[in-house]
Design a protein around this ligand. Structure first.
Ligand SMILES: CC(C)(COP(=O)(O)OP(=O)(O)OC[C@H]1O[C@@H](n2cnc3c(N)ncnc32)[C@H](O)[C@@H]1OP(=O)(O)O)[C@@H](O)C(=O)NCCC(=O)NCCS
Length: 187
């Protein structure tokens, strides 16, 4: 079926956010082999990847059962370039986050991360009546620090010695942003 996406909420001139589908599993498994990015994304160096295990996980898991919402990020050529996971939606307090995001190593710096964060931020604040987006990144993650700063996050603190990696402890930088700050920074 031919679909006209030109009026679709989840598409702009840079990316489309869509639900993961069963045949995304190969993409998801490929992400597992970028170990430094996996540490920044998943906070640990994982044990060797079992491709069949991951295939089962990604093809059989229902988005709703995972405790977070997973989106596939496609660029406008229809290429799958990244994933993002929305965690911590708290309707009572109107807070959400973090949103974990990973863009393919050779697709970084092209604006896909910014576009995905903007699209999800706009949805969470404008459609889900959220008030505050909480997030964090591991110290030394220059890409994530730059992305958060560009979106308008403010540093709220540093949680010290929270992860152990590469023979030492690493801090995380705690950041946050209200809907007012989001719309001021992302007009
Ligand atoms: C963090 C990440 C998602 C950013 O995605 P991206 O698509 O490269 O981001 P964008 O292209 O939208 O760039 C956003 C800003 O960050 C800057 N930036 C991107 N990578 C950078 C890097 N390694 N060092 C410094 N700045 C960087 C860009 O220049 C841009 O700023 P500008 O528009 O002022 O030039 C991506 O680097 C990634 O997947 N990293 C590995 C996994 C990870 O760390 N996930 C985040 C966990 S919190």
């Amino acid at each position: 079926m031919e679909i006209d996406y030109s009026k679709y909420y989840w598409k702009n001139d840079i990316i489309t956010l869509r639900q993961p589908k069963a045949d995304d599993w190969e993409y998801q498994v490929r992400c597992m082999f970028d170990s430094q990015a996996r540490f920044f994304f998943n906070e640990e160096i994982e044990m060797p990847t079992d491709v069949e295990k991951y295939k089962k996980m990604f093809t059989e898991n229902d988005n709703k059962d995972m405790g977070f919402i997973c989106f596939a990020i496609e660029n406008n050529d229809g290429r799958h370039v990244g994933i993002c996971n929305l965690f911590g939606v708290n309707e009572r307090n109107g807070i959400f986050g973090p949103i974990g995001i990973q863009i393919d190593a050779d697709e970084r710096g092209k604006g896909y991360g910014t576009a995905a964060f903007r699209m999800l931020g706009r949805y969470m604040f404008n459609e889900r009546r959220m008030h505050k987006w909480n997030s964090e990144y591991i110290e030394g993650n220059a890409g994530s620090a730059a992305l958060h700063k560009k979106i308008g996050f403010e540093i709220e603190g540093v949680r010290k010695d929270i992860y152990f990696h590469n023979g030492r402890y690493w801090n995380t930088v705690i950041v946050g942003m209200t809907e007012k700050q989001f719309f001021e920074n992302n007009k």
